[in-house]
Write a protein that binds this ligand. Structure first.
Ligand code: XMP
Length: 512
């Protein structure tokens, strides 16, 4: 495996994904990981990520410098290169100006790292500091007009560095550089592929769970469906799946989910709990987003817990709670300073502590695209695998302000039309996520000859790689116009439709 040490980079996930795409397992850990942990993981190579700090800053993030002497190949990217330079005796200084964007490097010496690259190559730069003085016994491989040391290596010590970002698409030969490091230097083998991990995951679940039973809440979303199907393959009828309808799900969703688990997957122990009334009562009068999330989280645990107690009386051996946690969820919760987890509390994370169950998370090492591939191998239908993410609190965080049955009805209808039209026009699969939100305001309109005073619906469609950042989807105007017309004509209570053109950051994907 290739270990990535994260110094606060925007692109750490991208590095991990690129390495996995090469067929080699990679994991991201915080930069201050102990040597003991590294010894346990036995990485074939280590990549030091970029980061927003300056290596000379007070409290700048650093790794244990002994890492550079372990004999494990190390590749520093941007800030990572500067750290290697500093620890190996070179000098890092603030550049005359920040270098940001596409640049051309002159390759003077290909060395091992830049093998196969031409004399001039385009790269993506994003840095303020630069290496001013080369550490002893290092060789410069490439320069730009403003950055003399844009890549270096010391083959004897197996230390390598690039000032630019090989992991982004704007560095066309970036993959070649990563390949040179992973295969040429680290001698990693291509062993990471969904076919091989499927068998391993099932084996591991069997070992972990033993003869016990597992209870799992499913939502009909990709992650929990794939996790439940894997668990079902591993332990069969000792899996108990509970689907709680909290009343905040989409149109027709309850029927579809029940039909899928009962009739298509033929789960023996599948329980449908209609708790929509309880949730609506608990949400009465609440308008604050965090309070809403808390109310839903607490009610969810309460309803789920009473189902577990009921099942435990019947079956006894429920010792595990299955969860569809995927790799980015873990990274976010392990680093609470991270943007997304600080902004909104994700209620699904609080369950196991309260319930004294051990957690089994078969997808915890995987990215969403890998989960989808596993889902395909498990023959889960395409319409489930390709579903957009849907938040745990559901439509409650898309009905801004107080959640009432009437507002949920309006949103559900509008959302259904939006998604249906996206599917019909072939745009559904092109965006990361799309949905409608109901704003807590009314506006004046005119329909027929009469004045109307009705709700405003906002449509949001975004493109994204992993939901950490997102861009608004550039849907065709004619399509938006058609959707707007259908919603206003068919959904009682709406007379205005907006299209949201906010990027994340500064916005988030969801509204609350
Ligand atoms: P934000 O709104 O933070 O959303 O940009 C990022 C991604 O996370 C989803 N999301 C959630 N998923 N429980 C979940 O399981 C939640 O409480 C939750 N809140 C947001 C959101 O839909 C988007 O894909």
């Amino acid at each position: 495996m290739i270990l990535i040490l994260n110094f606060g980079a925007q692109y750490a996930h991208l590095i991990a994904r690129r390495i996995r795409e090469l067929g080699v397992y990679s994991e991201i850990l915080p930069c201050d990981v102990s040597l003991k942990e590294i010894g346990r993981l036995k990485p074939g190579g280590i990549i030091l990520s970029g980061g927003p700090s300056s290596v000379y800053e007070h409290n700048a993030p650093i790794m244990d410098r002994k890492i550079l002497g372990l004999g494990i190949p190390v590749l520093g990217i941007c800030y990572g290169l500067q750290l290697i330079a500093k620890f190996a005796g070179g000098t890092v200084l603030a550049g005359k100006s920040k270098e940001f964007g596409k640049k051309e490097i002159n390759v003077k010496n290909n060395g091992k790292l830049l093998r196969g690259l031409s004399k001039k190559e385009q790269v993506w730069m994003s840095h303020g500091d630069l290496v001013a003085e080369l550490p002893k016994d290092f060789e410069v491989l490439a320069s730009t007009d403003t950055c003399r040391i844009a890549a270096f290596e010391n083959n004897d010590k197996r230390l390598y560095g690039i000032q630019f970002h090989a992991e982004v698409a704007h560095t066309p030969k970036g993959n070649k550089i990563l390949k040179n490091f992973v295969f040429g230097v680290c001698k990693s083998k291509k062993e990471w592929g969904t076919g091989s991990i499927l068998k391993r995951l099932i084996r591991e679940i069997k070992k972990e769970v033993g003869k016990n039973s597992v209870i799992m809440g499913v939502s009909g979303g990709v992650d929990s469906t794939v996790a439940a199907t894997l668990l079902h393959k591993a332990i069969g009828s000792r899996l108990h799946c509970v689907f709680i309808d909290h009343g905040m799900i989409r149109k027709n969703e309850a029927g579809e989910v029940v039909n899928f688990f009962e009739n298509r997957l033929k789960f023996r122990h599948f329980y449908f709990v209609d708790a929509s009334q309880i949730f609506l009562e608990r949400l009465k009068g609440i308008t604050d987003p965090e309070e809403k999330r808390r109310a839903i989280g607490h009610t969810f645990i309460e309803v789920f817990e009473s189902k577990v107690i009921e099942l435990d009386k019947m079956h006894k051996k429920i010792k595990f709670l299955g969860q569809g946690t995927i790799y980015p969820d873990r990274i976010e919760s392990a680093q609470p300073t991270k943007y997304a987890s600080k902004i909104k509390s994700h209620h699904n994370l609080a369950l196991p502590e309260k319930m004294k169950l051990k957690v089994v998370e078969p997808l915890k090492e995987l990215y969403k695209d890998e989960v989808r591939k596993i889902g395909n191998e498990l023959k889960i239908p395409h319409d489930i695998i390709s579903r957009h993410p849907f938040p745990g609190p559901g439509l409650a965080i898309r009905v801004l302000g107080e959640v009432t049955a009437e507002r949920l009805r309006i949103l559900r209808e509008a959302d259904y039309i939006f998604i249906d039209e996206l599917k019909k026009s072939g745009h559904y699969g092109k965006v990361w996520q799309a949905f409608a939100a109901l704003l807590p305001v009314k506006s004046v309109g005119v329909m027929g000859d009469a004045r109307t005073y009705e709700y405003v619906v906002s449509l949001r469609a975004v493109t994204s790689i992993d939901a950490m950042t997102a861009d608004w989807a550039k849907l065709p105007n004619e399509l938006l116009e058609r959707i707007s017309n259908i919603i206003i004509n068919e959904v009682r209570g709406v007379n205005r439709v907006l299209y949201d053109i906010t990027q994340k950051p500064p916005g988030t994907i969801e509204y609350e």
